[in-house]
Design a protein around this ligand. Structure first.
Ligand SMILES: [Fe+2]
Ligand SMILES: [Fe+2]
Length: 365
């Protein structure tokens, strides 16, 4: 039970109003202030359940508030769980500040992002039953619309310890959110018997979260974004695994003669199709939608659908693109070797963010 209000400290009043809107149903008790001094005053006078803190307060360093709470032993709000919200989150910033707060949230975010982040820090997910019950949904692939299961993802890397609870949250949302249910049934997709999809998602969750940990992105919010993207990125091709396996324009060109009418359009349009549907629903994190939209882009601009250059790719998309590539490499080469893969991948994945991701991957165990 959480009885106290949440404190939001941010100098952008429009942003504060937006957050108030987002939280009005789930956390109606929200105090807002825009500068350091008022924030300290609020914290001295009231007990809070959580703090949402912008790090740049009109030139002042919001981090001072965290230090202030830590330094006063008897403070009413000592050990207050805090989420740093910022539009300038970098892996370096997170690595440097990871001990100082409970989570990080990149701006812009949607109502789902903020509510989930608060739920994560206010509730103990260890109590959640990890056996996801899918019995109530028919398992017959001929009649199932879209069935999400916990996919086995124990290999190849050690999993982040908090991944289990993240997967439970994601699956719960995918299976029970009315908007998503409606979307899945409107797509009228039939799940294929091919095991590619489960294997692909399972490996992808393992590899993406494995790299994220090496990237110092082991917070629940980051892992959750990757897990959502892994489950949903190829949703439009769930009944066409032979098309989901095509990951570059060159592969599409090679296979064109064996494809059916419109198959090439399914391949080229699947990232944007599903991303735009999910965007309208606003129930999964905004960054996951960006990852889905960009998962077939390539650093040199030869990817699809937009042919974006590496500088225009979201850092989490970069991580996902590399993880996605390694996933298919492992499926095609069961005797794979990480050092050998990193060497080949270094030739096609150029640009600073890709190199960082590859060096994080090389550290994975
Ligand atoms: Fe895809
Ligand atoms: Fe994929």
């Amino acid at each position: 039970m959480h009885d106290n209000p949440i404190l939001l400290v941010d100098d952008d009043q429009d942003f504060c109003n937006l957050v108030r809107n987002y939280l009005q149903d789930d956390y109606s008790r929200l105090d807002i202030c825009n500068d350091l001094e008022t924030a300290k005053q609020f914290l001295n006078e009231n007990k809070y359940d959580a703090l949402l803190l912008d790090i740049n307060l009109n030139g002042q360093n919001g981090g001072e508030i965290l230090k202030y709470l830590r330094d006063v032993d008897t403070h009413l709000n000592r050990d207050l769980p805090s989420i740093i919200v910022s539009s300038h989150l970098t892996p370096e910033f997170i690595a440097k500040n990871r001990q100082k707060c409970a989570d990080f949230l990149a701006k812009p975010f949607n109502n789902y992002d903020i509510i989930q982040a608060l739920k994560r820090i206010l509730n103990n997910f260890d109590d959640v039953d990890l056996d996801v019950n899918v019995d109530e949904v028919s398992q017959d692939p001929a009649v199932t619309e879209v069935l999400f299961e916990e996919v086995p993802c124990r290999e190849p890397f050690d999993l982040p310890p908090n991944l289990k609870s993240v997967v439970v949250t994601v699956l719960d949302q995918l299976q029970h959110h009315p908007g998503l249910k409606k979307l899945f049934s409107s797509l009228n997709l039939k799940r294929s018997l091919d095991t590619y999809y489960d294997e692909h998602i399972g490996l992808l969750i393992n590899i993406a979260t494995g790299i994220a940990v090496q990237h110092q992105w082991s917070y629940g919010s980051f892992l959750e974004k990757l897990v959502y993207a892994a489950y949903l990125h190829d949703l439009y091709l769930i009944d066409k695994p032979h098309l989901a396996k095509i990951s570059t324009k060159a592969q599409l060109e090679q296979q064109k003669s064996q494809l059916q009418f419109r198959d090439d359009r399914f391949v080229l349009e699947h990232p944007e199709f599903i991303a735009s549907k999910l965007e309208k629903l606003s129930v999964i994190p905004a960054d996951s939608i960006t990852i889905i939209r960009q998962h077939h882009e390539m650093p040199d601009g030869t990817g699809f659908p937009l042919g974006l250059h590496f500088k225009r790719l979201h850092p989490m998309s970069v991580l996902f693109i590399v993880a996605h590539d390694l996933t298919d490499y492992i499926i095609d080469n069961p005797e794979w070797d990480l050092a050998k893969y990193c060497k080949t991948a270094g030739n096609k994945f150029t640009g600073a963010q890709f190199l960082k991701t590859l060096s994080a991957l090389a550290q994975c165990k």
